[in-house]
Design a protein around this ligand. Sequence first.
Ligand SMILES: [Ca+2]
Ligand SMILES: [Ca+2]
Ligand SMILES: [Ca+2]
Length: 266
Amino acid sequence: MKYLKKVFIWVILISIILIIFVMRQDDVIMELYDEECHIKIDNKEITILNNREERLDTYILKEKIRGYSIGDIDGDRLDELILLTKGRMNRWGKEIVILKLGQKIEEIYREDFSKLKPWKVALGDIDGDGKSEVSIGVYKKTQFHDVMAKRPFIYSYEGHRLVPKWKGSRLSKPFTDYVFYDIDEDEMDEIISIEVLENKEKIVNTYKWEGFGFQGFLESKSFIDIRDLKVIDGCVYVQIKEKGDTYIGELKIKDNNLIIERVNIR
Ligand SMILES: [Ca+2]
Ligand SMILES: [Ca+2]
Ligand SMILES: [Ca+2]
């Protein structure tokens, strides 16, 4: 009996170690940023590797990474990596760190945004000038909307700093998440958001930049639940929950309607 107990404890311990190992593996993300190089993002460590998997440079942050986005924010045709670091207690993010990616990694900007309770960083070229704007998803009140809510603030990177471009009070409804994507192929990115209706059902909504603010564009029909908004390989996907059915759908415009087409991917 004693022997069995020992075996049982060992099995449990080994299982826990395996689970931790697998979870840690999940944290490693590979991102391609030009034809020759890719980066590996692992916890606090960012490594540039070439096509032969040779390490070109490594950058180590003090804090863990909560979110990131890659794109050209200054129009020099080199991508930047924009990171949001984790704050204390991990509920909100803390600093925005911008790294220029070439053969080497160069930190070009760092600022503490913890007062705004940041929870997301996303990039999109909303005005089509070839430079991506930096959006920081914040959780706060604004002058015109005195309620704590998620809001997508927009900045442009000018003169080596992030300059506010739009600190609008909110989107048309409360939202759970957003990304930027050129849904109508006019070379300007729209905001694509998952929004919550009064009856708690959800819709996908889209907005176009109109020079001084965002204008509602197309919205989908409503579903019991919509989650997991992602841009993968140039397509936007969401997970849809309908009565007795859950599936992945791809966002498309058809006959001037925003539709979510079922696809067979996981
Ligand atoms: Ca750049
Ligand atoms: Ca732009
Ligand atoms: Ca567009």
